[in-house]
Design a protein. Structure first.
Length: 275
């Protein structure tokens, strides 16, 4: 979506809709008002000179973005503009900064979450195959369930100043990975999420994000849950995480789409922390 088209939609469709619903009243107004207000804020804050930067992730504040094309790599978009040649990624990886997430990062955070999950779960039962029902499988899960759920989830979390989420940021402002550490009520730590865009694997992006999380949590026991039979298990073991408890059955959102994803608990003891 170009900036001009966004302006047209906002001016000709959203503004009149919000205005009409304001007069009509009712609960439906509040939802449209928030969405329309957000789009109006974006349009008003983006000038013609910044149009290309805004188009980095077109339309991704909308739930309707999650079509099959969402899973296709976007070589024209940031952070890819800096790395049109794949050999340049290693050079650019050394220029990444690791910092707290900002609200404008949310669409990129969701994209990291969706694409990394799509790549990481492909070998699990029910993920892919020629005999899957048309409404089942991994692609349907990430596009119809995961993405739409995580867009408001990560938006609310990033907006909450009491929460912490670190991103890996390219020099042009793109986000290629993120990690979300948090403290449990008993003072121990929990690693809620750790995702890197598949194209940026094996460039130490994930390890630097993990370092940010470990330094944030400090010398405490850190727990997490990970899907069994995925590469992530061995990666976590390499960071000193050890298996605990029994397996957790497939969560309902995944089971709804015919996937079998058992979760294994892990813990990294406080003694493993090295400043």
């Amino acid at each position: 979506m170009t900036l001009q088209l966004l302006r047209t939609v906002t001016t000709d469709v959203l503004d009149p809709l919000v205005s009409g619903l304001t007069r009509a009243g009712g609960g439906i107004h509040s939802g449209y008002a928030r969405y329309g207000g957000r789009m109006r804020q974006l349009v008003d804050s983006v000038g013609d000179a910044d149009a290309r930067r805004f188009d980095t992730f077109p339309g991704e504040w909308s739930i309707g973005q999650f079509s099959p094309s969402y899973l296709v790599p976007r070589t024209a978009d940031a952070p890819y503009r800096l790395v049109a040649n794949g050999n340049d990624r290693a050079r650019i990886a050394d220029l990444l900064t690791y910092e707290r997430a900002r609200i404008e990062d949310v669409p990129s955070i969701v994209r990291c979450h969706v694409l990394a999950t799509d790549e990481g779960y492909r070998g699990l039962p029910g993920a892919t195959g020629p005999h899957l029902p048309p409404d089942r499988g991994l692609a349907n899960f990430v596009l119809r369930s995961l993405g739409p759920r995580k867009l408001p989830y990560w938006k609310e979390l990033v907006a909450d100043e009491s929460k912490t989420l670190f991103v890996a940021r390219t020099p042009d402002g793109g986000v290629v990975g993120f990690v979300h550490p948090e403290f449990n009520d008993d003072g121990s730590g929990y690693l809620n999420a750790w995702y890197v865009l598949p194209e940026w694997h094996d460039l130490k992006v994930g390890s630097r994000l993990m370092r940010s999380a470990l330094d944030y949590l400090g010398p405490v026991d850190i727990q997490l849950h990970v899907a069994v039979s995925t590469k992530a298990e061995n990666i976590y073991r390499g960071y000193g995480f050890e298996e605990i408890d029994g397996l957790i059955p497939t969560p309902p959102p995944l089971a709804e789409y015919g996937l079998t994803v058992l979760l294994q608990g892990y813990i990294r003891p406080a003694a493993a922390y090295e400043p």
